[in-house]
Design a protein around this ligand. Structure first.
Ligand code: NAD
Ligand code: DAU
Length: 354
């Protein structure tokens, strides 16, 4: 079948990538969506069973750092656009193992860019390289009501954010140097279904469910700006189609919470949905040693995206968190599969045999 576009989405077996893949596969039957993922601990194809047999979807198990393989994939699928989400994404892991972050996030991004440059023909009329980045590259804010804008200077503090900052610079350098049609977006903290339970929200929902301690770093005073993952996926769709080449857009929910306030909302919601009396799980809160280099506050100004392309978050936080907690409680088998590690053995074996 001839498709209108052949879009490579990297990291599609991960949290945000799976929502982007699902959105594109369902919304654009005339696009071929090729999901490229290494299936690290964070990649789980069980997340995509609902679309895995669609005629416009293909999965390729590959490492973005493997340049020759990436070239072959661009060629085999006649890739004309890339939405790049594959990354090592967890700050705590980056503190323990920075090399893996530099390798995947920097060298992997560079391999994808270089392959695009070698395979695509100038003037790149139908091409687009869309790189998904994070607000963490901007560093940290005080409690002073200021926001990260697209003009904020980069000031990363963790090995994770340093690696993402470096990859953003490479993406922009490929536009400046070779004219490769790139776009970068920097998004705030996402939450919603299918997030790996090393991140705050799914970890705490699962711990409450099993009546396990909730490790709050430092005093729980750090602030994050939370966005429902499907709203991020909608923004990516819009920017992919309508965003200006060589431009940057910030994506965020104008939805700041201190960690401790957020944790109290999660506890209340989980207890209510489990039918526990209010306050049952309050004593699980356990203050632990702070994360090294812990950024105090993130807050995104997404007015440019609103004013230029008309995007706004669709969900109020109260609705989003209710939906999210309910999803994790209703999908305990997904969570058990992930926490036991069974999913890895299953899918790794399936793709090893191919
Ligand atoms: P995730 O950790 O859930 O998923 C990452 C995916 O990338 C996994 O499927 C993994 O298997 C894959 N991957 C890792 N290394 C790979 C490699 N070498 N080759 C191929 N695939 C590889 O991450 P996420 O939270 O979904 O984040 C996706 C992207 O969005 C990342 O680039 C991240 O920096 C960015 N981001 C995340 C958030 C957030 O709140 N989660 C916010 C802003 C930006
Ligand atoms: O801002 C965007 C970023 O958001 C993304 O780029 C990252 O990929 C994503 O992981 C996320 O980073 P954070 O470090 O903000 O997310 P995390 O869920 O790890 O932590 C959220 C906050 O909660 C943070 O201030 C640290 C704190 N925390 C986290 C964990 C896992 C705790 O207090 N206890 C915990 O056990």
């Amino acid at each position: 079948m001839d498709f209108k576009r052949n879009i490579l989405i990297t990291g599609g077996a991960g949290f945000i990538g799976s929502h982007v893949v699902r959105l594109f596969v369902n919304k654009y039957p005339d696009y071929h969506i090729i999901n490229l993922d290494k299936l690290t601990y964070a990649g789980n194809l069980a997340t995509l069973v609902d679309i895995e047999n669609k005629p416009n979807y293909s999965f390729v198990k590959a490492d973005i750092c493997d340049f020759e393989t990436i070239l072959n994939i661009y060629s085999k699928y006649n890739i004309d656009a890339v939405i790049h989400l594959a990354a090592e994404s967890h700050v705590d892991r980056s503190i323990k193992d920075p090399f893996t972050f530099a390798q995947t996030n920097v060298m992997g991004t560079l391999a994808l860019l270089q392959a695009a440059k070698e395979m695509w023909k100038t003037p790149y009329t139908n091409n687009r390289f869309y790189h998904i980045s994070t607000d963490e590259v901007y560093g940290t804010l005080e409690f002073d009501g200021t926001f990260f804008t697209e003009e904020t200077s980069y000031d990363p503090h963790s090995p994770y954010s340093a690696s993402k900052a470096s990859s953003d610079h490479f993406v922009r350098a490929f536009y400046d140097t070779y004219g490769l049609p790139t776009i970068v977006t920097n998004c705030s903290n996402n939450y919603g279904p299918y997030q790996f339970p090393e991140k705050l929200i799914p970890l705490f929902i699962n711990n409450i469910r099993h009546y396990k301690p909730l490790p709050v770093y430092g005093k729980g005073e750090n602030v994050r700006d939370w966005l429902y993952v499907e709203d991020h996926a909608r923004a990516i769709d819009l920017i992919f189609h309508k965003g200006k080449i060589a431009d940057t857009y910030n994506i965020g929910g104008f939805n700041e919470w201190t960690n401790i306030d957020l944790i109290k909302v999660i506890i209340k919601t989980v207890d209510r949905l489990l039918g526990n009396p209010e306050g049952t799980s309050d004593s699980l809160i356990t203050y632990v040693t702070d994360r090294a280099g812990h950024d105090l506050r993130y807050a995104i100004d997404s007015n440019k995206l609103k004013n230029e392309l008309g995007w706004e978050p669709s969900l109020q936080f109260e609705e989003g968190i209710e939906k999210t907690v309910k999803w994790y409680l209703d999908n305990q088998s997904w969570m058990d599969n992930v926490t036991s590690g069974d999913y890895q053995e299953y899918y790794q074996k399936m793709y090893q045999d191919k």
